[in-house]
Design a binder for this molecule. Structure first.
Ligand SMILES: [Mn+2]
Length: 624
């Protein structure tokens, strides 16, 4: 409404539709229009009739003019104070200072924000004192504590400038002015002080003040309680500290329960919010509370802390191992977006660290699985749950938040990270995936042995919310995920160490090679989209990608393998797994699939040997 146009001073007024102009501004403009009339009166000569009538008319018109000026001023004052009142209503806080503003001639004479006792503005927080206490000493490994370069992080100012990485269209967009306020929930455990502080400051600096009701820091039992406690001095920051390690999920729920705003914003503790990051997220949720929305997550380099814009063509996804990965949109999806490149992107999965959700909806939908520990699997669980129970997940391209992506976890997992991850993932699979969970067990056989606890209450909740089956999710939300069919005996990526058998973007008669596996780097970045790594070994012994099969054109050692259209009963296309599914042997020639020439031409068949170049492993082995 009115307050909105006051909050967008950078927009030229000509861009603004007239009905959005504030009454105060309209009054000011009409007052300005009155002024040239004044001047005209003194400059323009009176029509020359008789001196007396002219003098009388001049007197009359001066009196009229006086009234007119007084009237205009009166209207202007009325609208101006009206604007200030409605501004107060929208902001919902610090009404004293706002009223001061309305009644004082000089805004700057008064402090616009009245802070509660003991609080400081973020600008007045002593960064050097806070961060200086935990610097990396000479000779210490800057990566030891956080698994990112803490020295580089500590060097940066808490409000350093980051590049505006949004699409151009976003810069001209106006957001609704009646957006709900949000509580920002940030959980952390032994976070680097500089990174945590920068997260908090970027929220305060990059958000309209009335949209951030509070920042709730949940300290998940960090070694030093001062890390969080000292930040409690900053305006709007509330600090909650767990008295034992609870993990991400229970910590977030604790923060959410304490939140007083209608919308929850979850952030990781090593983020930097970019320009207008919050408005587009809140707008989507305000329009439909069943939308759970996430920004595009830009990359803060873990070595030098450079802020780099991420591609806007990504969605969140996973393979049957249920590890999160980024998927490039298909060609059709990208084409469909050309007309509106900043439209929301429906995503099968959220990365999990950063998202916005209506608080009531969060509660209605079962918050988080409180029996998940530490980290991992929770994004999978909430993604399945939101989609299957009637909501949706979106990435909002006009919202950008930087995040430090790491290769390793900085903290310890009580119970071991692999076990905890498998346990959490298993809980998600058992509750949400129906019979499709068997593909997960085929991909991660060891998960079968990890006890996952009781899931009764989650199953009851699923029933109560009348959630759709996983088959519906696969068909409607994630059709890109290839599902093994009954013809397949092995499926997924064909892996050799960190590399995978890859089409390299080739089609019929092309060679194949190896390339870094899609899911190798955890949740880092997507690979170029020409890299296709989905294969199946079928009951009729073909190794196929879509309708292309691995073909041995020449049955002699060191000959290149080619992709050719699959044909029934073509002996050049028959393969079998040998040595406990560790190798692939071409049936007709008894030669083995080999990567020794991968960098010079492509994959070949060679005499079978114990060489590592011949070790291949499918993601899923479906024979039991
Ligand atoms: Mn993170």
């Amino acid at each position: 409404m009115v307050a909105g146009s006051f909050l967008l001073p950078s927009l030229p007024s000509t861009d603004r539709p007239t009905d959005r102009r504030s009454p105060a501004e309209a009054a000011r403009r009409s007052a300005l229009h009155g002024q040239p009339a004044d001047r005209d009166d003194t400059q323009q000569p009176e029509p020359n009739r008789s001196a007396t009538t002219a003098a009388a008319m001049r007197r009359k018109s001066r009196i009229l003019l006086c009234f007119a000026v007084l009237w205009v001023l009166g209207i202007a004052y009325y609208f101006y104070s009206g604007t200030a009142m409605s501004r107060k209503d929208d902001w919902g806080s610090s009404d004293l200072s706002v009223r001061n503003r309305a009644h004082s001639a000089d805004d700057k004479a008064h402090n616009p924000e009245t802070l509660p006792p003991g609080k400081v503005r973020w600008q007045d927080f002593d960064q050097d004192l806070y961060v200086g206490a935990t610097v990396v000493r000479p000779g210490q490994d800057p990566y030891a504590r956080n698994k990112f370069n803490q020295v580089e992080s500590d060097k940066l100012r808490m409000d350093r400038a980051v590049p505006d990485t949004r699409h151009d269209h976003c810069r001209h967009k106006q957001w609704r002015s009646d957006l709900p306020a949000s509580s920002v929930v940030i959980t952390f455990h032994n976070e680097a002080r500089s990174a945590l502080l920068r997260t908090v400051v970027s929220v305060l600096k990059k958000s309209p003040s009335h949209l951030v009701k509070e920042i709730i820091l949940v300290d998940d039992y960090s070694d030093n309680s001062e890390d969080g406690a000292l930040l409690g001095k900053i305006e709007k920051v509330r600090v909650l500290r767990n008295d034992r390690r609870e993990g991400l999920m229970r910590s977030r729920v604790r923060g959410a329960d304490a939140a007083t705003a209608p919308v929850l914003t979850f952030l990781d503790s090593h983020c930097e919010c970019n320009d207008n990051w919050l408005e587009p997220l809140l707008e989507r949720v305000a329009e439909d509370k069943t939308r759970v929305v996430s920004p595009i997550i830009d990359v803060i380099n873990m070595d030098n802390f450079q802020y780099v814009g991420a591609s806007a063509d990504l969605k969140g996804g996973f393979d049957w191992n249920l590890v999160f990965k980024w998927d490039y949109m298909t060609l059709e999806q990208r084409r469909a977006r050309q007309g509106n490149p900043i439209a929301p992107i429906k995503t099968p999965m959220i990365a999990g660290g950063l998202f916005v959700m209506d608080k009531e909806y969060f509660e209605q939908l079962g918050k988080y699985d409180m029996m998940m520990d530490v980290w991992g699997g929770e994004n999978l669980e909430i993604s399945f749950r939101v989609w299957q129970c009637g909501g949706s997940l979106e990435i909002i391209p006009c919202s950008r938040v930087g995040h430090v992506f790491r290769k390793q976890h900085p903290y310890t997992f009580p119970g071991g990270s692999g076990t905890v991850f498998a346990r959490n993932t298993r809980r998600a699979a058992e509750v949400w995936m129906d019979e499709y969970k068997n593909f997960y067990y085929a991909a991660v056989p060891s998960a079968r042995n990890v006890p996952y606890g009781n899931i009764q209450s989650r199953l009851e909740m699923k029933k109560r919310l009348a959630c759709k089956p996983f088959k519906w999710y696969l068909e409607n939300v994630y059709p890109e995920l290839r599902v093994p069919d009954h013809q397949d005996i092995a499926f997924g990526a064909l892996q050799q160490g960190g590399n995978c058998l890859d089409t390299l973007g080739h089609f019929a008669d092309g060679v194949v090679g190896i390339y870094e596996c899609h899911n190798a780097g955890g949740n880092q970045v997507a690979l170029p989209r020409r890299h296709l790594q989905e294969w199946a070994l079928t009951k009729d012994k073909s190794v196929k990608h879509m309708d292309l099969c691995l073909t041995v054109v020449d049955r002699t050692a060191s000959s290149l393998i080619r992709l050719q259209g699959c044909r029934e009963n073509d002996s050049r296309q028959k393969w079998e797994q040998i040595e406990s599914n560790a190798k692939l042997r071409h049936v007709g020639s008894n030669l083995c699939l080999d990567s020794r020439s991968a960098r010079m031409g492509g994959l070949t068949v060679e005499v079978c040997s114990p060489s590592l170049n011949q070790q291949w492993k499918f993601t899923l082995n479906l024979q039991s």
